[in-house]
Design a binder for this molecule. Structure first.
Ligand code: ZN
Length: 286
């Protein structure tokens, strides 16, 4: 297991972690400047942040600072009406920014995210998702862009992702990419998978070829908001070093990406303070 305690060379910042500072949007290009000023080497930006900053301006800024991506957030939402169009654009952007993978939040019951689920058939949603991944995978292979399925905690099964465990994600990977070509894999986010009794068995099953991204934050007790109350590493109940050790034992040697959505705590602070805390906690608690 790599020693993270001396420096932060393997730290990546998911830019949603600092999408707001003191409650106001923090523009992406400024976030990238602040990361570079702290010798952070990698980031994972979100599409809406890139759209606001401009794709070319983002690419230029990344080049200027020598910043790498640890992933691009996100494609997926395969049960949405405009999924095909959105995913092809996400794929283009991921290629333009030299992302190592496009992260997929796969979607769930259509309409549920807006409070109006069109049906209750989660099995059919899963079938649509599987077919959507299969179709996108063909395009992604042509472009040389790996797809990383991110299983989300079951609390999101209705509205954001009906793939909720690593096992489900790996079943899809094995069906669509039996050769383990590297074109399809998973994003292991400790927030979503820490509770799973099969976690360690599934990390082993995934192996190094399938683990394309590793996301960290912490699970607070109590958690007051399903989406936007993620904790800073060390403030919650997830045994992050144990999960990282398991992932690295399979050969994962990529970035460890801090991804914290925190409406009432970290998004209310100065962005620089949040980044400094990420660096500090990454050395001590990851
Ligand atoms: Zn994640």
């Amino acid at each position: 297991m790599r020693d993270f305690s001396r420096d932060h060379r393997w730290l990546s910042i998911n830019t949603a972690t600092v999408r707001k500072q003191r409650g106001q949007d923090w523009p992406l290009l400024q976030i990238l400047d602040a990361c570079a000023a702290r010798d952070i080497r990698a980031v994972s930006p979100w599409r809406d942040q890139v759209a606001a900053a401009g794709l070319q301006a983002t690419a230029r800024k990344l080049r200027e600072h020598g910043l790498k991506l640890s992933g691009y957030c996100r494609g997926g939402m395969f049960t949405d009406d405009d999924a095909t169009e959105q995913n092809l654009r996400a794929l283009d952007e991921a290629c333009e920014l030299n992302a190592p993978c496009l992260v997929l939040v796969v979607g769930a019951l259509p309409g549920a995210l807006n409070g109006q689920a069109q049906h209750k058939d989660i099995a059919s949603a899963r079938a649509v998702v599987r077919d959507g991944i299969a179709t996108l995978l063909e395009r992604a292979r042509e472009r040389g862009m790996p797809l990383a399925i991110e299983p989300l905690h079951p609390m999101f099964a209705a509205d954001r992702a009906c793939i909720n465990t690593l096992e489900q994600a790996l079943d899809v990977c094995d069906e669509l990419d039996p050769a383990r070509s590297g074109a399809l894999g998973v994003a292991v986010d400790v927030y979503h998978v820490w509770w799973d009794p099969k976690l360690y068995a599934m990390i082993e099953r995934a192996g190094g070829r399938r683990i394309l991204a590793f996301h960290v934050c912490d699970w607070l007790t109590p958690t007051t908001d399903l989406l936007n109350d993620r904790g800073m590493m060390g403030d919650g109940v997830i045994d992050i070093p144990r999960i990282r050790a398991a992932v690295e034992a399979q050969g994962y040697a990529g970035y460890s990406e801090v991804e914290i959505f925190s409406m009432h705590n970290w998004w209310q602070r100065d962005g620089g303070e949040t980044l400094d805390t990420c660096i500090h906690r990454h050395q001590r608690c990851v």
